[in-house]
Design a protein around this ligand. Structure first.
Ligand code: ADP
Length: 358
């Protein structure tokens, strides 16, 4: 069992509500185990530029309810170069940082692997509003993002009802449609378009017309930002025009964009971030490295980063030739099960949406 003196913590890539709870949990769990903690400011950029602060218990008090990340974040291409990586290692040496916990998404985990391979044990904690990391059932920030989207969509419902309008709402999610799917079901959307399921535009128009003729005044349509038209442009604005032209219903378009990234984290995000952050420190104390903390069937577990990123590629059908080399048949079987479960969950929920939106 490896003993460390000092660990570093950073947040990287897209921010997500709940990251602060993870920072707090990592710091306090490490302090409770007699470790020192350094906060790296601005993700991997801060590691390259030696922007490092001491974190004690007080430095992380009263941050549970704060949106964003007190450690700030960045997207840093320099970190992908060997020079940038060496500068980061140098910063670790200067600050006696023996190991790192990196909170972020898949890009952040690629960086974590690079650090681990160069002798800085690194653990990833999933922080992403999109719930877009296939190996974990849940990523910190997702619940808050869904609830923020839902609150905005409910408000659009009010005004749609008053004016007898339709509103197409685009929400974030990159290649994962879960924010759109879940906030759409919860807000009673008449149609939902997500990247994972082919969108039946004609059926949606027919449904809207049928509902209008039955006296429905307000129509909500939720579209994920990852759905594109034939020219590769976001589909939401197209759909607004199509609905207006084909149904005669006045139709508005709203892009919620970065609004769903902000705000005070929900209990779910605070709790999961606290659990995942604590577990990340336990993994390091156990001598583990190059893993991410995940949630599977309600339990906090860990996966090797390479495994997690490969499952992700498998699910998104982006596996390159040879990507499965080195994995055992059992591991590949587990990957296939994870992908099949995720796909079946999306289908199950989409079917529920279709059966409720008549
Ligand atoms: P997220 O972690 O939310 O997916 P990004 O994809 O922007 O966000 O990744 C965050 C950061 O992780 C990048 O800005 C970069 O510094 C680092 N990173 C991403 N990909 C790699 C890679 N292949 N190798 C090393 N570092 C990477």
């Amino acid at each position: 069992m490896k003993r460390f003196n000092t660990i570093g913590v950073l947040t990287s890539g897209g921010d997500a509500p709940g990251m602060n709870c993870a920072v707090r949990a990592i710091t306090r769990r490490a302090l409770a185990n007699g470790l020192k903690v350094k906060g790296i400011i601005g993700g991997y950029s801060g590691l390259i530029k030696n922007e490092v602060i001491d974190l004690d218990a007080r430095a992380v008090s009263n941050i549970e309810n704060l949106g964003g990340t007190i450690l700030l974040t960045d997207r840093c291409d320099e970190f992908k170069t060997e020079e940038g990586m060496q500068a980061a290692i140098e910063t670790c040496k200067k600050n006696n940082i023996d190991a790192i916990v990196a909170i972020g998404g898949d890009g952040t985990f690629r960086g974590a692997t690079d650090l681990s391979l160069r002798g800085i044990p690194t653990i990833g904690v999933t922080g992403s509003i999109d719930n877009d990391i296939t190996a974990t059932d849940y990523t910190v920030g997702f619940d808050t993002a869904m609830n923020t989207a839902l609150e905005a969509i409910d408000k659009l419902r009010d005004t749609c009802q008053s004016h007898a309008r339709c509103n197409v709402v685009e929400v974030m999610g990159r290649d994962c449609g879960e924010i759109a799917l879940k906030s759409g079901i919860a807000s009673g959307a008449v149609a939902i378009a997500i990247p994972e399921v082919p969108f039946d535009e004609d059926a949606a128009i027919e449904r809207i017309l049928k509902a209008k003729n039955a006296g429905k005044r307000s129509m909500l349509v939720v579209v994920s930002e990852g759905v594109f038209n034939a020219e590769g442009k976001p589909y939401g604005e197209d759909l607004k025009k199509i609905i207006q032209d084909k149904t005669g219903i006045e139709t508005k378009f709203a892009r919620l964009a970065h609004i769903v990234r902000g705000g005070s984290p929900t209990l779910r995000d605070r709790l999961t971030a606290s659990e995942m952050g604590s577990y990340a420190v336990d993994l390091l104390l156990d001598g583990k490295s190059d893993c991410i903390v995940a949630e599977v069937d309600g339990r906090i577990v860990s996966f090797d980063i390479k495994f997690a990123l490969t499952v992700d590629k498998m699910y998104k059908k982006k596996l390159k030739e040879g990507a499965l080399d080195g994995f055992t048949p059992e591991q590949i079987g587990t990957m296939e099960e994870i992908c099949a479960f995720r796909a079946s969950e999306i289908k199950r929920l989409y079917d529920i949406h279709l059966s409720l939106c008549e």
